[in-house]
Ligand binder design. Structure first.
Ligand code: YK8
Length: 172
């Protein structure tokens, strides 16, 4: 995958997890900014392997004239059991955009690592990869990949900035 976020934030690892991976007001506000609508979240639930899972559904607004204006999205998140509360967390998210061209050919996999540095500092790393669900012609692949990277990059740049703004509002 490609590394899209690698940055230290002045909040605890715990707080970072809460902001990004619970139904927080931070998430709600960020969704508003991104014009993400109709969000629904399931609660984290342990599966047979001991990892925890939750499912998000929402609609995104797209500003690429090739694609159309909206798409519904399903995001399946896994919180790995190796995560240690307050210390380190790993969450994988599989993102399916249901209403874009070639939607049945690919999905996006995002890996989030939150690592505690001190009581009030943590590092966030996010890797992203475009995954193919069936054999895809090379030209189509490069079309999908190119359109995906630019959208993903834009999203995580904005997320990083919004998180940074959140931290500045805090003491320390
Ligand atoms: C998540 C990756 C691709 C997709 C989009 C589709 C290209 C279609 C290719 C055709 C619109 C919030 C993206 C960017 C939509 C948004 C997705 C978000 C940002 C033309 C061949 C949604 C993170 C995320 C992951 C993948 C992104 C999609 O939390 O280009």
């Amino acid at each position: 995958g490609r590394l899209f976020v690698n940055r230290v934030f002045h909040i605890s690892a715990n707080k970072m997890f809460e902001l990004l991976f619970t139904d927080s007001s931070f998430t709600r506000r960020f969704m508003d900014i991104r014009r993400i609508s109709n969000p629904s979240f399931t609660a984290w639930e342990k599966d047979d392997s001991g990892n925890e899972k939750r499912i998000l559904n929402y609609a995104i607004t797209i500003n690429n004239p090739l694609i159309g204006k909206f798409s519904t999205v399903t995001e399946n998140q896994t919180l790995y059991k190796e995560s240690r509360e307050g210390q380190h967390y790993r969450v994988d998210a599989e993102v399916y955009t249901h209403d874009v061209p070639y939607h049945d050919y690919f999905y996006t996999q995002n890996r989030y690592y939150i690592i505690s540095i001190s009581k009030r500092k943590c590092r966030l790393r996010v890797y992203s990869d475009v995954k193919y669900r069936k054999p895809t012609w090379g030209l189509v692949k490069s079309f999908i990949t190119k359109n995906s990277w630019s959208g993903i990059e834009d999203y995580f740049r904005q997320l990083g900035e919004f998180l940074f703004g959140q931290c500045k509002g805090k003491k320390g």
